[in-house]
Design a protein around this ligand. Structure first.
Ligand SMILES: [Fe+2]
Length: 281
Protein backbone atom coordinates (compact mmCIF):
# COMPACT_ATOMS: atom_id res chain seq x y z
CA UNK A 1 0.00 0.00 0.00
CA UNK A 2 1.25 3.49 -0.83
CA UNK A 3 2.37 5.55 2.13
CA UNK A 4 0.62 8.62 0.80
CA UNK A 5 -2.98 9.24 -0.18
CA UNK A 6 -2.88 11.37 -3.28
CA UNK A 7 -5.64 13.05 -5.27
CA UNK A 8 -4.69 14.57 -8.61
CA UNK A 9 -5.70 18.24 -8.91
CA UNK A 10 -5.47 18.53 -12.69
CA UNK A 11 -4.71 16.23 -15.59
CA UNK A 12 -1.10 17.36 -15.99
CA UNK A 13 0.21 18.91 -12.77
CA UNK A 14 -0.46 18.98 -9.04
CA UNK A 15 -1.80 16.56 -6.47
CA UNK A 16 -3.23 16.94 -3.02
CA UNK A 17 -1.76 14.83 -0.23
CA UNK A 18 -4.20 14.01 2.54
CA UNK A 19 -3.88 12.18 5.82
CA UNK A 20 -0.38 13.25 6.83
CA UNK A 21 0.45 15.49 9.76
CA UNK A 22 3.55 17.56 10.58
CA UNK A 23 4.75 14.98 13.06
CA UNK A 24 4.83 12.21 10.43
CA UNK A 25 6.52 14.44 7.88
CA UNK A 26 9.31 15.22 10.34
CA UNK A 27 9.67 11.82 12.02
CA UNK A 28 8.55 9.06 9.64
CA UNK A 29 11.70 7.69 7.97
CA UNK A 30 9.86 6.14 5.05
CA UNK A 31 7.86 9.21 4.11
CA UNK A 32 10.62 11.33 2.49
CA UNK A 33 11.16 8.89 -0.40
CA UNK A 34 7.42 8.60 -0.93
CA UNK A 35 7.12 12.40 -1.06
CA UNK A 36 10.01 12.69 -3.55
CA UNK A 37 8.47 9.97 -5.76
CA UNK A 38 5.07 11.68 -5.65
CA UNK A 39 6.76 14.99 -6.47
CA UNK A 40 8.47 13.49 -9.52
CA UNK A 41 5.13 12.09 -10.68
CA UNK A 42 2.97 15.15 -10.01
CA UNK A 43 5.29 18.21 -10.09
CA UNK A 44 3.44 19.89 -7.24
CA UNK A 45 2.16 18.50 -3.93
CA UNK A 46 -0.38 20.38 -1.86
CA UNK A 47 -0.78 19.65 1.86
CA UNK A 48 -3.95 21.53 2.75
CA UNK A 49 -4.39 22.89 6.25
CA UNK A 50 -1.14 21.28 7.47
CA UNK A 51 -0.04 24.11 9.81
CA UNK A 52 3.61 23.14 9.61
CA UNK A 53 5.61 25.37 11.95
CA UNK A 54 8.88 26.88 10.66
CA UNK A 55 11.17 24.51 12.56
CA UNK A 56 9.18 21.48 11.35
CA UNK A 57 9.28 22.80 7.78
CA UNK A 58 13.08 22.94 7.84
CA UNK A 59 13.28 19.50 9.51
CA UNK A 60 10.99 18.04 6.82
CA UNK A 61 13.06 19.64 4.04
CA UNK A 62 16.27 18.27 5.57
CA UNK A 63 14.83 14.81 4.90
CA UNK A 64 14.36 15.65 1.22
CA UNK A 65 17.87 16.95 0.62
CA UNK A 66 20.29 19.68 1.57
CA UNK A 67 18.54 22.85 2.74
CA UNK A 68 19.62 26.19 1.23
CA UNK A 69 20.96 28.56 3.87
CA UNK A 70 22.18 31.29 1.51
CA UNK A 71 19.24 33.58 2.36
CA UNK A 72 19.36 33.09 6.12
CA UNK A 73 19.01 36.09 8.39
CA UNK A 74 15.60 37.35 7.25
CA UNK A 75 13.70 35.08 9.67
CA UNK A 76 14.59 33.83 13.18
CA UNK A 77 14.60 30.19 11.98
CA UNK A 78 17.59 29.22 9.81
CA UNK A 79 16.43 27.80 6.46
CA UNK A 80 13.28 29.94 6.38
CA UNK A 81 12.92 32.91 4.03
CA UNK A 82 9.83 35.11 4.28
CA UNK A 83 8.11 35.97 0.98
CA UNK A 84 6.23 39.23 1.34
CA UNK A 85 5.96 42.58 -0.39
CA UNK A 86 6.08 44.23 3.04
CA UNK A 87 9.49 45.92 3.23
CA UNK A 88 9.42 45.85 7.03
CA UNK A 89 9.46 42.04 6.86
CA UNK A 90 11.78 41.61 3.92
CA UNK A 91 14.27 44.20 2.73
CA UNK A 92 14.48 42.50 -0.70
CA UNK A 93 10.71 42.81 -1.27
CA UNK A 94 11.20 44.84 -4.47
CA UNK A 95 13.05 41.95 -6.13
CA UNK A 96 10.11 39.66 -5.43
CA UNK A 97 7.95 41.51 -7.94
CA UNK A 98 9.75 39.50 -10.60
CA UNK A 99 7.98 36.42 -9.19
CA UNK A 100 4.80 37.62 -10.93
CA UNK A 101 6.31 36.31 -14.18
CA UNK A 102 6.66 32.62 -15.00
CA UNK A 103 10.10 31.37 -13.99
CA UNK A 104 12.27 28.53 -12.72
CA UNK A 105 14.25 29.36 -9.58
CA UNK A 106 18.01 29.33 -9.86
CA UNK A 107 18.58 29.84 -13.60
CA UNK A 108 20.92 32.78 -12.92
CA UNK A 109 23.01 31.75 -9.90
CA UNK A 110 25.91 33.87 -8.71
CA UNK A 111 28.25 30.91 -9.33
CA UNK A 112 27.73 27.57 -11.05
CA UNK A 113 25.18 26.19 -8.59
CA UNK A 114 22.51 23.82 -9.97
CA UNK A 115 18.91 25.01 -9.85
CA UNK A 116 17.13 24.17 -6.64
CA UNK A 117 15.59 20.71 -6.49
CA UNK A 118 12.41 21.65 -4.70
CA UNK A 119 10.80 24.57 -2.94
CA UNK A 120 8.40 24.44 0.00
CA UNK A 121 6.02 27.31 0.77
CA UNK A 122 3.70 27.59 3.75
CA UNK A 123 1.03 30.27 4.07
CA UNK A 124 1.19 32.38 7.23
CA UNK A 125 -1.08 35.13 5.95
CA UNK A 126 -2.93 35.24 2.65
CA UNK A 127 -4.09 37.99 0.32
CA UNK A 128 -7.76 38.80 0.30
CA UNK A 129 -7.69 38.80 -3.48
CA UNK A 130 -5.09 37.37 -5.86
CA UNK A 131 -1.78 35.96 -4.67
CA UNK A 132 -2.43 32.47 -5.97
CA UNK A 133 0.69 30.52 -6.93
CA UNK A 134 0.45 29.04 -10.40
CA UNK A 135 2.38 26.05 -11.66
CA UNK A 136 2.94 24.81 -15.21
CA UNK A 137 4.36 21.40 -16.00
CA UNK A 138 7.37 21.86 -18.28
CA UNK A 139 7.74 18.11 -18.84
CA UNK A 140 4.21 18.05 -20.23
CA UNK A 141 4.98 21.15 -22.31
CA UNK A 142 7.89 19.32 -23.95
CA UNK A 143 5.87 16.14 -24.43
CA UNK A 144 3.19 18.12 -26.26
CA UNK A 145 5.68 19.16 -28.97
CA UNK A 146 5.42 17.47 -32.35
CA UNK A 147 8.39 15.33 -33.37
CA UNK A 148 9.28 18.09 -35.80
CA UNK A 149 9.38 20.70 -33.01
CA UNK A 150 11.36 18.35 -30.76
CA UNK A 151 13.98 18.03 -33.48
CA UNK A 152 13.94 21.77 -34.20
CA UNK A 153 14.40 22.79 -30.57
CA UNK A 154 16.83 20.07 -29.53
CA UNK A 155 19.91 22.17 -30.20
CA UNK A 156 18.67 25.59 -29.10
CA UNK A 157 20.63 27.35 -26.39
CA UNK A 158 19.32 30.28 -24.38
CA UNK A 159 21.15 32.91 -22.35
CA UNK A 160 19.50 33.62 -18.98
CA UNK A 161 20.12 36.79 -17.00
CA UNK A 162 18.94 38.65 -13.93
CA UNK A 163 18.59 41.69 -16.20
CA UNK A 164 15.97 39.86 -18.28
CA UNK A 165 13.77 39.01 -15.28
CA UNK A 166 14.17 42.33 -13.48
CA UNK A 167 13.65 44.51 -16.55
CA UNK A 168 10.21 42.95 -17.09
CA UNK A 169 8.97 44.49 -13.83
CA UNK A 170 11.22 47.53 -13.98
CA UNK A 171 11.54 48.47 -17.67
CA UNK A 172 13.10 51.86 -16.88
CA UNK A 173 15.96 51.11 -14.48
CA UNK A 174 18.46 53.64 -13.18
CA UNK A 175 22.07 53.27 -14.28
CA UNK A 176 22.88 51.95 -10.81
CA UNK A 177 20.12 49.30 -10.96
CA UNK A 178 21.28 48.20 -14.38
CA UNK A 179 24.87 47.99 -13.15
CA UNK A 180 23.75 45.82 -10.23
CA UNK A 181 21.71 43.47 -12.44
CA UNK A 182 24.57 43.16 -14.92
CA UNK A 183 27.06 42.36 -12.17
CA UNK A 184 25.30 38.97 -11.86
CA UNK A 185 26.84 36.52 -14.35
CA UNK A 186 24.62 35.38 -17.21
CA UNK A 187 24.19 31.66 -17.87
CA UNK A 188 23.73 29.76 -21.11
CA UNK A 189 21.35 26.80 -20.84
CA UNK A 190 19.89 24.39 -23.38
CA UNK A 191 16.21 25.03 -24.06
CA UNK A 192 15.51 21.34 -23.48
CA UNK A 193 16.81 19.92 -20.20
CA UNK A 194 17.55 16.21 -20.38
CA UNK A 195 17.34 14.92 -16.82
CA UNK A 196 19.16 11.99 -15.27
CA UNK A 197 15.84 10.22 -15.22
CA UNK A 198 15.77 10.45 -19.02
CA UNK A 199 12.77 12.80 -18.93
CA UNK A 200 12.95 16.11 -20.78
CA UNK A 201 11.60 19.49 -19.73
CA UNK A 202 11.78 23.07 -21.01
CA UNK A 203 13.98 25.75 -19.43
CA UNK A 204 11.97 28.92 -19.99
CA UNK A 205 10.64 31.88 -18.07
CA UNK A 206 11.47 35.43 -17.07
CA UNK A 207 15.22 34.90 -16.90
CA UNK A 208 15.39 33.67 -20.53
CA UNK A 209 17.01 36.63 -22.26
CA UNK A 210 17.86 35.62 -25.83
CA UNK A 211 18.50 32.63 -28.08
CA UNK A 212 22.14 32.03 -28.97
CA UNK A 213 22.87 32.55 -32.68
CA UNK A 214 19.42 33.91 -33.49
CA UNK A 215 18.37 37.48 -34.25
CA UNK A 216 17.47 39.10 -30.87
CA UNK A 217 13.87 39.98 -31.74
CA UNK A 218 13.22 36.70 -33.52
CA UNK A 219 14.67 34.73 -30.59
CA UNK A 220 12.68 36.67 -28.02
CA UNK A 221 9.49 36.18 -30.03
CA UNK A 222 10.21 32.45 -30.10
CA UNK A 223 10.82 32.36 -26.33
CA UNK A 224 7.54 34.22 -25.74
CA UNK A 225 5.67 31.81 -28.02
CA UNK A 226 7.15 28.77 -26.29
CA UNK A 227 6.28 30.18 -22.87
CA UNK A 228 2.71 30.75 -24.02
CA UNK A 229 2.50 27.18 -25.23
CA UNK A 230 4.02 25.84 -21.99
CA UNK A 231 1.61 27.75 -19.76
CA UNK A 232 -1.70 27.10 -21.50
CA UNK A 233 -4.50 26.67 -18.97
CA UNK A 234 -4.67 22.88 -19.37
CA UNK A 235 -0.99 22.62 -18.30
CA UNK A 236 -1.45 24.84 -15.23
CA UNK A 237 -2.55 24.35 -11.64
CA UNK A 238 -3.36 27.52 -9.71
CA UNK A 239 -3.21 27.20 -5.94
CA UNK A 240 -5.54 29.46 -4.01
CA UNK A 241 -3.96 29.72 -0.56
CA UNK A 242 -5.55 29.23 2.82
CA UNK A 243 -3.62 29.91 6.01
CA UNK A 244 -1.84 26.70 7.04
CA UNK A 245 -1.44 25.27 3.52
CA UNK A 246 1.96 23.90 2.55
CA UNK A 247 2.91 23.38 -1.07
CA UNK A 248 6.05 21.77 -2.46
CA UNK A 249 7.08 21.84 -6.09
CA UNK A 250 9.68 20.23 -8.29
CA UNK A 251 11.64 23.23 -9.50
CA UNK A 252 13.26 21.15 -12.25
CA UNK A 253 10.06 20.24 -14.05
CA UNK A 254 7.67 23.02 -13.13
CA UNK A 255 7.48 26.73 -14.00
CA UNK A 256 5.83 28.90 -11.38
CA UNK A 257 4.62 32.43 -10.75
CA UNK A 258 2.58 34.35 -8.22
CA UNK A 259 -0.64 36.01 -9.29
CA UNK A 260 -0.58 39.74 -8.51
CA UNK A 261 -1.96 40.95 -5.19
CA UNK A 262 -2.29 44.23 -3.36
CA UNK A 263 1.21 45.38 -2.25
CA UNK A 264 -0.36 46.44 1.06
CA UNK A 265 -1.76 42.95 1.61
CA UNK A 266 -0.43 41.10 4.67
CA UNK A 267 0.28 38.02 2.49
CA UNK A 268 3.26 36.19 3.95
CA UNK A 269 4.69 32.85 2.85
CA UNK A 270 7.55 31.02 4.49
CA UNK A 271 9.88 29.43 1.98
CA UNK A 272 12.43 26.69 2.40
CA UNK A 273 14.52 25.60 -0.54
CA UNK A 274 16.06 22.18 -1.09
CA UNK A 275 19.30 22.48 -3.06
CA UNK A 276 19.63 20.72 -6.38
CA UNK A 277 22.44 18.52 -7.60
CA UNK A 278 21.46 18.24 -11.25
CA UNK A 279 22.95 20.73 -13.73
CA UNK A 280 20.81 21.91 -16.64
CA UNK A 281 22.15 19.91 -19.56
FE1 LIG B 1 10.29 31.50 -7.60
Amino acid sequence: MSLLTINKLTESVGAEVVGVDPDRLVNDDSLADAVLDALEDNGVLVFPNLHLDPEAQVAFCTRLGEVDHSSDGHHPVAGIYPITLDKSKNASAAYLRATFDWHIDGCTPTGDECPQKATVLSAVQVAERGGETEFANSYAAYEAFSDEDKARFAKLRVVHSLEASQSRVNPDPSAEQLRRWRSRPTHEHPLVWTHRSGRRSLVLGASAHYVVGMDRDEGQALLAELLDRATQPHLVYSHRWSVGDTVIWDNNGVLHRAAPYDPDSPREMLRTTVLGDEPIQ
